[in-house]
Structure formats: C-alpha cells, structure tokens
Design a protein around this ligand. Structure first.
Ligand SMILES: [Zn+2]
Length: 190
C-alpha cells in the first residue's frame, strides 16, 4: 500500500507502523470497552455475576476457577483465545489485595499461557492489565488481566483486516477445547 503522505509503498499494512504498535500494546481496548458498556448495563459487573453463578460457567465461557480468581474467555475477543484472568472480589486497586490473591492471579496467568500454547498453538502471548479508566480499563473496579495469544505474522493480518474481529460463533467450540485441555494438563486440579 502506498502511504499518501510519503508516497512510499509500505507493503501490506494499511496503518502507519506507529499505529500498529500502539494497537498491539493494548489490542483489547476498543472492543473490550464496547463490550463492557453493554454488559454493565444489565448487571453492574459481569465478572461478579460470573463468579457468583458457577452453574452458568459453560454459558459464560468460564474455563476454570481457582480459590479467589478465575479464567474466562473474552466475549468480544481481539483474537481467538483471548482470555481474562479475574479475581473473585470486586476490587480494582492492587493495594486492596492480599499477597495470596495476587499470587493466585499469577498462577492462573501462567496456566492460561500454557493452555493457549497447547490449544491454539500460540507462539507468543501478550499479558496486560489496565489500571484506571485513563489507562484503558473498561472495568476499572474489578481487577483482571488480559492474556492474548499471538502468532508470527499476525501483525500483518491485523493491519490488513482492520476492524475485522473473531466471529462469536467460534467461541463455543474453542471453549470446549480449552476446558478439555485444561483438564488434560491438570490445570483445573490445583
Ligand atoms: Zn465485579
């Protein structure tokens, strides 16, 4: 593609490199904020809802639960396999947590990365937490981390596809595979 300002043919990308890098750093921001606007209108906090209703784990795509944290598929993913690791308590500030709670979040994050390597053959993973609205948090009062699988060359795909996102219909089959693999890897037994 030819850059209108410079006349340089930059190859397959349709975004300036700086924009691509910015999006890669926080790939979940826009879709996630939009999804939260919708979900918060119904129940206040969807993460609290999910935690309180284990009988709906399959419907909510909760992959597994720890003692004080859990792992759920992001409903409006940036990419297939985008997971959230959330604490059970409705608290947003790191200072509000005991060491054990933060440690479990890290343990679940480790296992989520392992699960993505196994299930979607992730070659790399972005792990990130946005603290506060101005940092891009769509749900600043309930601490959670994003775990986003990456593959070689997916930057080009994203630049070309622009706003194209994963089709929601793909969530259920992938959910079942994640649950199966989590059990096979022994992740859910801890
Ligand atoms: Zn909450």
């Amino acid at each position: 593609m030819v850059d209108k300002r410079t006349g340089v043919n930059g190859g397959v990308g349709v975004l300036p490199v700086a924009d691509v890098n910015k999006n890669l750093w926080a790939p979940w921001r826009m879709e996630y904020i939009r999804s939260l606007d919708q979900e918060q209108g119904q129940s206040g906090c969807f993460l609290c809802d999910y935690w309180a209703h284990p009988q709906r784990d399959a419907e909510n795509h909760v992959v597994w639960r720890g003692r004080s944290a859990f792992v759920v598929m992001n409903r409006f993913p940036y990419t297939n396999g985008h997971l959230l690791v959330a604490v059970s308590a409705h608290k947003g500030d790191y200072d509000a947590f005991a060491d054990e709670e933060l440690l479990e979040m890290q343990v679940l994050t480790r296992d989520a990365v392992r699960l993505l390597r196994e299930t979607v053959r992730a070659q790399g993973v972005n792990v990130g937490t946005n603290l506060g609205h101005c940092a891009g948090a769509g749900l600043p009062d309930h601490l959670h981390a994003h775990v986003v699988p990456r593959w070689m060359g997916d930057t080009n795909c994203m630049a070309v596809l622009g706003d194209t996102r994963v089709i929601p219909d793909g969530l259920d089959p992938l959910y079942r595979e994640l649950v199966r693999n989590a059990a096979a890897l022994g992740i859910t037994d801890r």
